[in-house]
Write a protein that binds this ligand. Structure first.
Ligand code: IMP
Ligand code: MG
Length: 186
């Protein structure tokens, strides 16, 4: 995969490893929610690739909805400001919800979403994230379903972006930035 000038990519999680892990997560969710219709809530935009693969590995009744939250934009540092850009269309009362996220970093995003969904009367709210960067956590987040724990490095691919690029990579890659103006935190 070609990187932009001043940037380079190094595979961290190969496609086959991701696919195997996603299948295992899907099987685990299928077992845990057997007989309980699910609402999967994807957090846009980073989770859409993961969510697309995950739902095809979950057996059972489910609905899918999306939320969009303000993100880093073209910076790799979290502003700490969380804002809903697109809210759910579904009602949550008495529903079993699994939030699907690409990566938990500071935890600010999921901490906010979790409390929002609980406050709206969901019967249960679980969190499923493909990646976890625990070293940068600022608020506690309980992760029910985890794909991979990764070191404190900025990653792209499999839905994750930098400046909206690289979401289409089938692997998760480290992004190295050689320009002096934009620094990755890895
Ligand atoms: P948190 O609120 O700091 O946990 O931020 C989570 C969000 O930041 C994720 O949903 C991503 O959109 C973004 N993010 C955090 N780390 C990375 C990364 O390494 N690559 C791409 N996006 C990231
Ligand atoms: Mg995100």
């Amino acid at each position: 995969m070609q990187a932009r000038p001043g940037e380079s990519l190094e595979v961290l999680l190969p496609e086959a490893d991701i696919q195997a892990r996603v299948r295992a997560l899907g099987e685990q969710i299928s077992q845990d929610y057997e007989g309980k219709p699910l609402l999967l809530v994807g957090i846009l935009r980073g989770s859409f690739v993961f969510l697309g693969d995950l739902i095809r590995c979950v057996d059972g009744l489910m609905a899918v909805d999306f939320m969009a939250i303000s993100s880093y934009g073209a910076s790799t540092q979290s502003s700490g400001v969380v804002r809903i850009l697109k809210d759910l269309d579904e009602e949550l009362q008495n529903r079993h919800v699994v939030v699907v996220e690409d990566i938990v970093d500071t935890g600010l995003t999921l901490n906010y979403i979790y409390s929002q969904l609980v406050a709206r009367g969901a019967a249960s709210v679980a969190i499923c994230t493909l990646l976890d960067k625990p070293t940068r956590r600022r608020v506690d987040v309980h992760i029910d379903y985890l794909g991979f724990q990764i070191p404190d490095e900025f990653v792209v691919g499999y839905g994750l972006d930098f400046d909206e690029y690289y979401r289409n990579l089938p692997n998760v890659c480290r992004l190295k930035i050689h320009r002096p103006s934009k620094e990755a935190n890895g």
